[in-house]
Write a protein that binds this ligand. Structure first.
Ligand SMILES: Cc1cc2nc3c(=O)[nH]c(=O)nc-3n(C[C@H](O)[C@H](O)[C@H](O)COP(=O)(O)O)c2cc1C
Length: 379
C-alpha cells in the first residue's frame, strides 16, 4: 500500500526511485524556472470564504468535460515519455485513470502507440497532437486516434520550439537515454529503475514507427522538435484540424484572453489555459493567474480547462471557482507513476479526489456547480 499523504510525498518518492537525469526531466522547467514556481505560488493568492451549518452529508464531485464524464473535475494531462519512468508507463497510467473514472489524454510523444493504449484499458481517452511539418503524418495520427476511439483532440500550440530546459542540457538528457560514464553511475545507483526501464526495450516515440521520422537514434527533445514541428501553423489551420478530426477540439497552451477569443472564433470547443507546466517560456504568467482573463474573454462559448501547478485538491476547487470546467494534472500523476507504477498513479488520483471532496465539505458545498466565485476572497 502506498502511504503517501500528498502529492509532495509522491514527488519525494519519485526522486528516490529515479536516476537524476530522468527525475529532472519531469520535475524541471525552463531556464530559471520562474514560471514553474509561479504556477504553484499564485494559487496561494486566493483565500477561501467558508459557509457553515449546511448539510454536507452527501457530496457529488462528478461532472463532464468536453462531453466526457469524469468522477471528479480532473483530466490527466498529456505527457510524453512516461515509459521512461516505468516500463510501458502510459499503459499503467491509462489503467489507473479508467479505475478512477477520469479521462486520460495521451501524447503524440508517448512511448506506447495510440492503439496499445486503446487496447490496455477502457479509459475515456483524448489525443494530444503536436503539429508536424509533414501534414501527411499529422493527418494519419489524427485518423488513428479517431479510429481507436479517442473522444477529443487536444492541439498543443505553445511548443513550436522547445523551451530551454537547462537541467536536461546539463544532464545530457536524450531519447532513448544514452549510457555514458556519468549516466551509468546514476542509473546503477537506481537498480530497480535500471532493471525495469534502463535495461528494458528501447524507449522511443512509438507513434512514429513506420513513418519517415527517425525515432530510433538518441536525440535531444530540442533536436526532435526543431526537426519535426511546424513553425508556420496559425489560426486559419484550426478549421483543417476540426474537419479532419470531426469531434471536439481543445486548444492547449493559451494564456491571453485575446488568443482565447480568437481560438473560439475559429471553432475551438475548449481552451486549455497553460504554460506547459513552466517548461516553455520562462517568465510567462502562471496558469491560475491567466485563468480569469480567459474565462471573461470566452464568455461561456467554450469550456475552459486550467493546466499547471495543481498539487492539491484545493487548487482544483480554486480553479473551478474562477470559471474552469476542470483541471489537467501533469507531474502529479507522473510522480505517482515513477514511484509505484499503476498503483502510484491510482494513489495520486485518490489523494486529489479526497482532497477535493474534503475541501468542498469544509467550504459547505456539495456539488460542482456550487463552486463559484463566492467561495473565494478577492486577492
Ligand atoms: C515530463 C513531461 C512531459 C510532457 N509532455 C507533454 C506532451 O507530450 N504534450 C503536451 O501537450 N504537454 C506535455 N507536457 C505538459 C503537460 O501536458 C502539462 O501542461 C503540464 O505538466 C502541467 O503542469 P503540471 O505538471 O504542474 O501539472 C509535459 C509535461 C511534463 C512534466
Amino acid at each position: 500500500m502506498n502511504t503517501a499523504l500528498n502529492i509532495d510525498d509522491l514527488r519525494l518518492a519519485a526522486r528516490r526511485h529515479l536516476p537524476k537525469t530522468i527525475f529532472e526531466f519531469i520535475d524541471g522547467g525552463a531556464q530559471d524556472e520562474i514560471t514553474l514556481r509561479r504556477n504553484r505560488a499564485d494559487f496561494e493568492r486566493h483565500a477561501f470564504m467558508t459557509r457553515v451549518m449546511t448539510d454536507v452529508t452527501t457530496r457529488d464531485l462528478s461532472t463532464t468535460v468536453l462531453g466526457t464524464p469524469t468522477a471528479f473535475p480532473v483530466v490527466m494531462a498529456p505527457t510524453g515519455l512516461a515509459g521512461l519512468l516505468r516500463r510501458r508507463g502510459e499503459l499503467a497510467a491509462s489503467r489507473a485513470a479508467a479505475k478512477a473514472g477520469v479521462p486520460y489524454c495521451l501524447s503524440t510523444m508517448a512511448t506506447c502507440t495510440i492503439e496499445q493504449i486503446a487496447e490496455a484499458s477502457p479509459v475515456d481517452r483524448w489525443f494530444q497532437l503536436y503539429v508536424l511539418r509533414d501534414r501527411g503524418i499529422t493527418k494519419a495520427m489524427i485518423e488513428r486516434a479517431r479510429a481507436s476511439g479517442c473522444k477529443a483532440l487536444v492541439l498543443t500550440v505553445d511548443t513550436k520550439l522547445q523551451g530551454p530546459r537547462e537541467r536536461d542540457m546539463r544532464n545530457g538528457f536524450t531519447v532513448p537515454p544514452k549510457f555514458t560514464l556519468g549516466t551509468m553511475i546514476d542509473f546503477a545507483r537506481h537498480w530497480q529503475w535500471l532493471l525495469d526501464v534502463g535495461l528494458g526495450p528501447k524507449v522511443t516515440f512509438r507513434n512514429f514507427e513506420g513513418t519517415a521520422v527517425d525515432n530510433r537514434n538518441a536525440v535531444t527533445i530540442t533536436q526532435f522538435i526543431a526537426g519535426q514541428y511546424d513553425l508556420a501553423i496559425s489560426w486559419k489551420d484550426l478549421a483543417w484540424f476540426k474537419s479532419v478530426w470531426g469531434g471536439p477540439v481543445a486548444v492547449k497552451g493559451i494564456l491571453s484572453g485575446e488568443d482565447a477569443r480568437i481560438a473560439v472564433d475559429h471553432g475551438a470547443d475548449a481552451i486549455i489555459v497553460s504554460n506547459h507546466g513552466g517548461r516553455q517560456l520562462d517568465g510567462a504568467i502562471s496558469a491560475i493567474r491567466a485563468l480569469p482573463g480567459v474565462v471573461d474573454a470566452v464568455q461561456g462559448r467554450a469550456e475552459v480547462i486550467l493546466d499547471g501547478g495543481v498539487r492539491r485538491g484545493a487548487d482544483v476547487v480554486k480553479a473551478l471557482a474562477l470559471g474552469a470546467r476542470a483541471c489537467m494534472i501533469g507531474r502529479a500523476w507522473l510522480y505517482g507513476l515513477a514511484c509505484d507504477g499503476e498503483d502510484g498513479v491510482a494513489r495520486s488520483l485518490e489523494i486529489l479526489r479526497n482532497e477535493v471532496d474534503l475541501c468542498m465539505a469544509l467550504l459547505g458545498r456539495t456539488t460542482i456547480p456550487e463552486l463559484d466565485r463566492s467561495i473565494l476572497v478577492e486577492p
